[in-house]
Ligand binder design. Structure first.
Ligand code: DAH
Length: 352
């Protein structure tokens, strides 16, 4: 029997199978379930119409319809399970975690402590309105010495201290020539810093033939001495993250008058440890040279010293890095073996 009261059992079966072939997800499968076995579904209507059949036909038709209903329900269940399994598999693949991948956002390698120090101090000074200026490492005597009021007879010009090239140029012995180059380029008023490498004929436990300095220069009208002191203390407090004690000592530099050297309270022991490995019990650390710019230097920068004055400073960046990061041997900064640093960071034995 394939028809009950005009409803074709085979047609229902075929349309169910056709619909099933197109199913791709659970929602579509549910639609089919409703369409065939729901309250008004094709199969349900067939089952309901059984009562209208003659009793002798009802039994066979009933058996056929029950079989079809079982088949449909079974097929729906199996198909549903398959769809769920394949969805789980897809989610599992897309959400799978590869524990061997590097952490997100973690970069390998790091800035050298001196470069990091350079960035930190430059950021602080930029916050105080200074711009970063640059100059060549192979420099002319004129900028490195002459313009900076370093006379021909000055010992700093000695072959012992300076690396000269055969053509008379030299490797700059300090970042101070950038003061002159910046004044000539930008005029006054001016606020610049210049971080960079400098070179001297020095090589022992506390000196390296190449080291890093940061020059600072402020030129303006009526600059008082106190602005220099305030700028230096502001910068060092920000760099070390604490309010330190300062000591300005009278000194001599050909390019400044008066000249000072700045000592800060020992960042390691604050003067409380007579065996301190950093300050050797003095309680003080020398960190910078500075002073009010000599009129001859301002003049060499083609600025009128009767109208403008200012201050300049030079800081040793390697020393600042050593103080901040607790590195006790200068040579470690230029050693290619990073394990000295790494062992310190990872809690192992450190030479620093
Ligand atoms: N150029 C000096 C040096 O290399 C450091 C220095 C001292 C720079 C005093 C300055 C300064 O600008 O005013 O030792």
């Amino acid at each position: 029997m394939s028809e009950i009261n005009g409803l074709d059992i085979n047609a229902v079966k075929e349309s169910f199978q056709a619909a099933l072939k197109k199913v791709t997800n659970l929602e579509e499968l549910d639609d089919i379930r409703v369409r065939f076995t729901g309250k008004k579904g094709d199969l349900t209507l067939l089952l309901r119409s059984l009562g209208k059949l003659l009793p002798e036909l009802r039994k066979q038709a009933g058996q056929e319809l029950n079989k079809l209903r079982d088949e449909i329900e079974h097929t729906l269940d199996i198909t549903g399970r398959k769809i769920r399994e394949s969805q789980n598999e897809k989610t599992e693949i897309s959400e799978r975690i590869d524990v061997t991948l590097p952490e997100k956002g973690r970069s390998f390698g790091a800035f050298h402590p001196v470069i990091q120090t350079m960035h930190e101090i430059a950021n602080i000074m930029q916050g105080l309105g200074y711009s970063v200026a640059t100059g060549p490492e192979q420099e002319e005597e004129f900028y490195n010495f002459e313009c900076l009021n370093v006379p021909k007879w000055h010992p700093a010009r000695d072959m012992q201290d300076t690396f000269y090239f055969p053509d008379g140029t030299l490797l700059r012995t300090h970042t101070s020539p950038v003061q002159i180059r910046s004044m000539l380029k930008y005029g006054a008023p001016l606020r610049i810093i210049c971080p960079g490498k400098v070179y001297r004929r020095d090589n022992d436990t506390t000196h390296s033939p190449m080291f890093n300095q940061m020059e600072g220069l402020l030129i303006d009208k009526d600059v008082p001495f106190s602005v220099m002191k305030g700028t230096m203390s502001e910068m060092l407090n920000a760099f070390f993250g604490k309010s330190l004690k300062y000591r300005f000592r009278a000194s001599y530099f050909p390019f400044t008058e008066p000249s000072m050297e700045l000592d800060i309270e020992c960042v390691e022991c604050s003067g409380h440890d007579e065996h301190c490995r950093v300050c050797h019990g003095t309680g003080w650390l020398e960190v910078a040279g500075m002073g009010m710019v000599h009129p001859n230097v301002i003049r060499a920068g083609k600025i009128d010293p009767d109208e403008y004055n200012g201050f300049a400073f030079g800081i040793g960046l390697d020393r600042m890095a050593m103080l901040k990061y607790g590195i006790s041997d200068l040579r470690l900064l230029f050693d290619g073996n990073v394990s000295y640093f790494m062992s310190g960071f990872e809690g192992g034995e450190s030479r620093c």
